[in-house]
Design a protein around this ligand. Structure first.
Ligand code: SAM
Length: 181
């Protein structure tokens, strides 16, 4: 089952044209596959070739096997993606590189586990758990925050997650938004 929050965010954009969407650490394609039916051009990158094999032949999906946690340059074009989604993945040392991949006016939708989740299930390792407000701390200097949530998600199981959405604007716009009124 796909992430409902991600799909709600994307549906709210009411996108009518063919856009480039990056599913970062795309796993078994539970988000990439249904997004490709929306006629988006989906780039799905993950280190797990076996998972990618399951959807490498879908129309509108370009799968890229790659380890995102080395110092090697990512095989992804800069300022190319209209939308980037990241679901249930965190690797802090490289996280800010996502900003360069977004086009101006592009959107980042990020959803993953945060501290407190360890009481309910995996992941429990602090390397994979966001601190309160951490997505805002990471991105808000370069991207404009649109929404933020940190707390309990009640689904089949209970989890503690952070969900944040951002848009990439020029620095002029950001200054105008946050400077004195
Ligand atoms: C919990 S899964 C989430 C997958 C997908 N985003 C989803 O929500 O279904 C985490 C994914 O991160 C990928 N991953 C972990 N370490 C990685 C790395 N170093 N480089 C690329 N992908 C990695 C795993 O292969 C796995 O598919």
């Amino acid at each position: 089952m796909h992430s409902k929050w991600i799909f709600n965010q994307i549906d709210a954009l009411q996108i009518k044209k063919k856009i480039n969407l990056l599913d970062f650490a795309s796993g078994n394609g539970r988000n990439s596959i249904p997004l490709s039916y929306k006629n988006f051009i989906v780039t799905a990158i993950d280190k797990d070739q076996e998972k990618l094999n399951k959807y490498e032949n879908y129309n509108n999906i370009n799968t890229i096997p790659f380890d995102l946690e080395t110092e090697k340059e990512w095989p992804l074009p800069r300022e190319f993606f209209d939308v980037i989604i990241v679901v249930n993945y965190l690797y802090r040392p490289n996280i800010k590189k996502l900003i360069d991949l977004l086009k101006k006016d592009g959107f980042l939708f990020y959803e993953t586990f945060s501290f407190g989740n360890e009481k309910y299930g995996s992941p429990k390792n602090p390397d994979f758990l966001l601190k309160d407000g951490e997505l805002l701390d990471i991105f808000e200097n370069e991207l404009v925050p649109l929404s933020f949530y940190n707390g309990k998600i009640i689904g089949k199981n209970i989890s503690i997650k952070q969900r944040a959405s951002f848009i990439k604007k020029t620095s002029y716009y950001k200054d105008a938004l946050f400077k004195k009124r």
